[in-house]
Design a protein around this ligand. Structure first.
Ligand SMILES: Cc1cc2nc3c(=O)[nH]c(=O)nc-3n(C[C@H](O)[C@H](O)[C@H](O)COP(=O)(O)O)c2cc1C
Length: 224
């Protein structure tokens, strides 16, 4: 009988200890998660700002690029299927440039995601590939990490080069292709040209006062 009560007591104590351990563990995981989420959000913003500043130098504007945003609805010219955000650079209220997302749908291995920066006057501030699946050593030269081909777009506009020359050299245009890999650069050239057409058609909307902030719309928009 005494043994029976001693065993029962041990079981209850063990169960209580297990419960305390489990609760402490869960609390620690919860606390770490909250701190990590904040760190992740901060790092994501920093990464995004770096990407944007690669296209529009930080010294050329004095507003908060990450907060001066506007939602762009899905667009055929941008080949986007969800809302995206445009980031506007202004200096003492004057429009400097806007950066928005577009997609080159016909890459060799699928869509190529781009960030397009356009100065207020319609010339390109810069283009960057943010996501692609092109073949290493062939199509991946469109990415700045593999070659500086993408820098050829700097300062180009709808009138420079002339419309018929907005093509790779193989097709009679001015943009280089890569040896044995014409499909990828052709797709990017077409997408950048379409993005400039989008900019021309939507200039006023793109620079209109902010309707949103990145904080508020983070969950609702396609990531850059
Ligand atoms: C395995 C493999 C991967 C390829 N990857 C690419 C690519 O990423 N981008 C590209 O433009 N062409 C790629 N190509 C080549 C295309 O099939 C096509 O031949 C080429 O783009 C046409 O360019 P060209 O007229 O300069 O030969 C690849 C070919 C093979 C066999």
């Amino acid at each position: 009988m005494t043994d029976f009560f001693a065993n029962k007591k041990t079981i209850v104590i063990t169960a209580l200890l297990l419960m305390i351990f489990a609760m402490t563990g869960a609390a620690l995981v919860g606390l770490t998660f909250e701190q990590t989420v904040d760190d992740i959000k901060y790092n994501e913003k920093l990464t995004l700002l770096r990407k944007l500043n690669n296209i529009i130098p930080a010294q050329s504007y004095n507003n908060d690029l990450l907060l001066d945003t506007i939602i762009i609805p899905p667009s055929g010219l941008l080949a986007t299927k969800a809302n995206t955000l445009a980031y506007r650079a202004r200096n003492d209220g004057s429009n400097i440039a806007v950066v928005f997302s577009s997609v080159a749908p016909s890459g060799y291995n699928g869509p190529i995601n781009l960030l397009i920066g356009v100065h207020a006057n319609g010339s390109l501030a810069g283009v960057r590939v943010v996501k692609h699946r092109e073949t290493p050593g062939l199509g991946d030269a469109v990415s700045i990490t593999h070659s500086d081909w993408i820098l050829d777009f700097d300062e180009k506009s709808l009138s420079n080069p002339k419309p018929k020359q907005w093509k790779v050299k193989r097709d009679g245009g001015v943009f280089d292709q890569f040896t044995g890999a014409t499909i990828t650069p052709r797709a990017v050239v077409n997408a950048v040209h379409d993005a400039l057409l989008y900019f021309k058609k939507n200039h006023n909307m793109l620079f209109s006062p902010s309707t949103t902030s990145t904080e508020k719309d983070e969950g609702k928009t396609q990531k850059s």
